[in-house]
Design a protein around this ligand. Structure first.
Ligand code: RIB
Length: 305
């Protein structure tokens, strides 16, 4: 069983030819809303790939909140630990320019998550279950949840996005960390621009007490550390329409395959395929592929896992 602790945001997306200058008003090429939030996207990824998942989070008592909860439930996720709170839901203002996104978040209900909610949700969790979190929730709550998870013998996965300083309290309970390049640099002070720098960044994470490091490298793929060895996973070449939720798809997929008993490298290879499909379509949770879609690409392209 996989528990996702994190955010649910309604994404308000404008697809633009170029970013406006200060003081300039311009038309978007296309506008759409969609269910997002790093937590909810990861929960959607787990559910769409056939994993058992429960989402721990908060929505507001507004139409966005109800839509996001229903949407996640429609993928098969357990939404009973999503609390409806008074006030607005989390919102993300997103621009997509030539496939790349820029995101501004208003945390809203996501910042109303409580320790009591964590206790209730993890009450049923068992040793070997997975808890994954990101940093769109208060870091103290994530730290609390990871401490509870480790007491239960769970496996903890941290996607430190968006990056912010991490306390010792949180770090000592992280089993697997999955940052992107920017987050790696913010957390370790090293930009993983080449193999030597990546090895140095990974060493920093090891020194923090984290056993497994997965660095997602955008269109350069991903790097996975197993013991002292770092393995690069080449990306599938696809035309990027919208990269939103690619990282979330990657993290959610890793959790699914770890939960199925696969090793971390194999889990990352599946994750790389899943994320490559996500970026070929617009949107966040909606763009995450199903298990059948991933398996089809693996079979058709003879990808070794
Ligand atoms: O990782 C993508 C997500 O980041 C978007 O769905 C947006 O809601 C923000 O949380």
């Amino acid at each position: 069983m996989i528990y996702v602790l994190g955010s649910l945001n309604m994404d308000l997306v404008a697809q633009v030819k170029r970013m406006p200058k200060a003081g300039e008003t311009m038309y978007a090429e296309r506008f759409y809303t969609g269910c997002g939030g790093k937590g909810a996207n990861q929960a959607a990824a787990v559910a769409k790939l056939g994993g058992r998942v429960a989402m721990i989070g908060c929505v507001g008592d507004d139409a966005f909140g109800r839509t996001m909860k229903d949407n996640l439930a429609s993928y098969g996720a357990d939404v009973s630990y999503i609390r409806e709170t008074s006030g607005s839901s989390g919102v993300a203002l997103i621009t997509v320019e030539k496939g790349d996104n820029r995101i501004i978040i208003d945390g809203g209900a996501n910042l109303r998550l409580t320790n009591a909610q964590v206790d209730e949700a993890l009450g049923q969790a068992k040793s070997g279950d997975i808890l994954v979190a990101q940093l769109e929730s208060a870091p103290e709550i994530v730290a609390y949840a990871f401490a509870r998870a480790k007491e239960k013998g769970m496996v903890t996965v941290l996607n430190p996005a968006p990056a912010r300083p991490l306390s010792q309290d949180l770090l000592r309970h992280v089993d697997v960390i999955a940052p992107n390049e920017t987050e790696t640099e913010i957390l370790t002070g090293v930009n993983p621009k080449n193999e030597a720098h990546l090895a140095l960044a990974v060493k920093h994470f090891y020194d923090m007490g984290i056993r497994h490091v997965i660095v997602t490298l955008g269109d350069k793929g991903a790097a996975v550390s197993v013991g002292r060895e770092i393995t690069y996973i080449e990306p599938r070449k696809v035309k990027a329409v919208d990269t939103t939720a690619a990282g979330d798809t990657f993290v959610g997929t890793v959790c699914v395959y770890l939960d199925r008993g696969k090793d971390i490298l194999t889990a990352c290879r599946y994750a790389s395929v899943a994320a490559s499909i996500t970026i070929t379509r617009p949107g966040a949770a909606a763009s995450v592929p199903t298990a059948a879609e991933v398996e089809k690409v693996v079979a058709e392209e003879g990808i070794e896992l």
